[in-house]
Design a protein around this ligand. Structure first.
Ligand code: AMP
Ligand code: GLY
Length: 434
């Protein structure tokens, strides 16, 4: 088999590691990939090819075809890359542009949840600053308000506010352009939920789904969940605190009804469904859907995946219900295994306060990483045969073991060996509320 991955971050490196570890896979192509991913066995990166469907189709034809393509990030999914590849008869894992609206429009996602009876926070949508602020003035929600841009905003379009004045200020900053650097014409305001967050991952084909696993990520930059929101500074799997009753509620009350509603609407969902949920005494409520694997959650889940994932991915890409069904009931992740992933970021990340990102420092890996570690690269480039930092999240190490404590130890021992100037890591991944 030959597989093509679209994307260039740690999640895509974890995908490359997974495919490269599979005997059936002979070659892994990555568009655009990065200089660190290119070091993976069987893997070739095409740095000049980014998300252009024309270029990707040309590359696939020139390399004699691929068994399937798999798209990592949200932008190419929301701009219709899956539809373009399918129109060129290329099997692909990922949702159509229509189905990707579950992530690319938060209002669409809320309306689907409402019509399918999926538990989620109460909300209202607004298109003007005055009406949104007027709503806050009259609102009686006790725990606060969450202001969300309707469209994709690279994880920066959500403001969690506990008092009315910051909610009103958030509305004017988001809609007026001061927050994202461009004005936002559609927002929604949600009731703030209290509880613990979990990310649950399903591989879906129409109304069929396989539960891959659950993970928790650490979004804040600093220990103790302080500092600005980031793309994610670390993660762990499995999530031992999640009760079986909440797990089954996620399937029965969220996944099954939403997949049915998407099918009924004529926009069936295929690909990874990532359910971000808040768990509290009242049960599970959906915070968001993403239509892809999470980054860095994928770096925890994929090293634990066995060969059944490959068969299931191929079945989804070729819309082979039978092949997909055959995977049901088979665990995709190794049972009794834990994974902890810790991100190494560059100084200045995430830059939302205007800090300048420090780039161009040499990265050295001192000594050998234990075999219980998997190293993934994200924001890197190569120059003169050396790897240099070239982005906010530079690299990450996943530790794998039978217990979370041991996995955490391996991850941090690995992180010690990844050296670059002013490296930033959280020291409490899988410990703080872990
Ligand atoms: P989203 O992109 O919708 O997941 O929002 C990003 C983050 O904002 C989530 O992971 C939560 O930490 C937080 N968040 C979103 N919606 C809510 C809500 N209704 N209540 C509390 N926190 C929320
Ligand atoms: N780690 C959260 C995300 O990928 O959106």
């Amino acid at each position: 088999m030959k597989v093509l991955i679209v994307g260039s971050g740690g999640r895509e490196h974890a995908l490359a590691h997974y495919f490269s570890s599979q005997n059936k896979v002979t070659e892994v192509l990555v568009c655009p990939g990065n200089a660190g991913i290119a070091l993976t066995a069987k893997t070739r990166c095409f740095r000049e090819i980014c998300y252009s469907a024309t270029d990707i189709i040309r590359l696939i034809r020139a390399s004699g075809g691929v068994s399937f393509a798999i798209i990592g990030p949200e932008e190419p999914l929301s701009s219709g890359l899956v539809d373009a590849l399918q129109a060129a008869d290329i099997p692909v894992v990922g949702p159509s542009q229509q189905a990707a609206q579950l992530e690319s429009s938060k209002i669409f996602a809320k309306e689907m949840m409402l019509s399918a009876g999926v538990p989620t926070a109460a909300y209202q949508k607004f298109t003007s600053i005055a009406s949104a602020q007027g709503f806050i003035d009259e609102s009686t929600w006790k725990n606060g308000w969450v202001i969300k841009a309707d469209a994709l905003a690279a994880g920066k379009g959500v403001l969690v506010c506990v008092d009315k004045s910051s909610a009103k200020q958030g509305i004017s900053q988001l809609m007026g352009g001061a927050h994202l650097g461009k004005s936002i014409d559609k927002i929604l305001i949600e009731e703030r939920l209290i509880g613990r967050e979990v990310s649950a991952f399903y591989l879906c084909l129409g109304e069929q789904y396989l539960h891959l696993g659950n993970a928790c990520d650490y979004k804040r930059l600093n220990d103790g969940d302080y500092g600005p929101n980031t793309g994610g500074m670390g993660a762990y799997t499995p999530v031992s605190w999640l009760e079986q009753s909440d797990q089954s509620a996620l399937e029965q009350r969220v996944v099954i009804p939403i997949l049915q509603a998407m099918e009924k609407r004529g926009t069936p969902f295929a690909g990874f469904l990532f359910v971000g949920a808040m768990i509290n005494a009242e049960g599970a409520k959906v915070l968001e859907f993403n239509v892809r694997l999470g980054d860095p959650e994928a770096q925890c889940l994929l090293p634990l995946a066995n060969e059944h994932l490959l068969t299931a991915l191929q079945a989804v890409a070729t819309h082979d219900r039978l092949g997909f069904l055959q995977q049901r009931g088979r665990a995709i992740l190794q049972r009794e295994s834990c994974a902890v992933h810790v991100v190494c970021a560059a100084t200045g990340y995430p830059g939302t306060d205007g800090s300048i990102l420090r780039l161009g420092d040499p990265i050295e890996v001192t000594g050998f990483l234990a075999e219980q570690c998997q190293l993934t690269y994200a924001g890197v480039r190569s120059e003169g045969g050396r790897l240099l930092t070239n982005g906010g999240r530079v690299a990450g190490v996943t530790g794998l073991a039978v217990t979370q404590e041991q996995a955490r130890k391996f991850a941090y021992e690995g992180v010690e060996k990844i050296c670059f100037a002013d490296k930033i890591t959280r020291t409490d991944i899988a410990k703080y509320r872990g």
